[in-house]
Design a protein around this ligand. Structure first.
Ligand SMILES: [Zn+2]
Length: 224
């Protein structure tokens, strides 16, 4: 653990897991000890937020075996423990139709409204901790969070989601780092700048759910 907080730089009083422990199924906890130092302010109890986001991810990519087991073993348990969490997670559920590539018929599925700010907050924390762990320095930028997996009200990827879709066609993606790739892996994409703060961080959960953190030019961070 580092001696100072990965967010504010004050002396650390505890260790923060990144990603949080709840992302790891009980039978697959290697690599869980990736910790950074955190002050008492920035180690506030965010376990409800972590569980919420973990559930969103596992429910979105449930066809991956690890995500599926997380969903069965952890999400369902956390829903049983907290019916409020279930209703908050699946609130405003609506039926939508999707068309798979190469198939004529539409299949129906359910979409649920998510608390995007909550997702972005948890992702920013993981991104800042990942940077801190790798460079032993705080990431001195505000971060914008993007993913193609969470759609807006018209079921299209948002602005950043579309940026990611087009960037992926052209980018050479470096090899991924991480202590347990089945749960979480990451890669930093360098930009033209030599400043390590000017990077894009790609994070992949359960080998499928991809989230990008974009350093915002001319900003000062970390900012949650
Ligand atoms: Zn702090």
């Amino acid at each position: 653990m580092s001696l100072y907080c990965y967010i504010c730089g004050q002396p650390a009083s505890s260790a923060e897991h990144a990603p949080a422990k709840c992302f790891f199924p009980k039978d697959n906890r290697s690599g869980i000890l990736t910790t950074v130092g955190s002050c008492s302010t920035h180690n506030e109890e965010t376990s409800k937020d972590d569980e919420y986001v973990r559930n969103i991810i596992a429910m979105t990519i449930g066809n991956n075996p690890v995500a599926h087991s997380v969903f069965l073993n952890n999400c369902i348990k956390s829903f049983n423990r907290s019916p409020k969490l279930l209703s908050a997670t699946t609130k405003i559920r609506k039926r939508v139709f999707t068309q798979e590539k190469g198939k004529d018929e539409l299949s129906s599925t359910y979409a649920f409204q998510i608390d995007r700010e909550r997702v972005d907050l948890v992702m920013r924390k993981i991104a800042y901790a990942t940077f801190f762990k790798k460079y032993n320095a705080r990431w001195n930028r505000e971060l914008a969070i993007g993913t193609e997996f969470l759609r807006n009200g018209t079921m299209e990827a948002d602005e950043y989601g579309m940026l990611i879709q087009s960037a992926k066609k052209q980018l050479y993606i470096p090899s991924y780092e991480g202590t347990n790739h089945e749960i979480f892996k990451f890669a930093f994409l360098e930009t033209e700048s030599r400043d390590i703060n000017e990077q894009i961080l790609i994070m992949i959960f359960y080998e499928g759910f991809e989230v990008w953190a974009f350093a915002q030019p001319n900003t000062i961070g970390p900012k949650l």
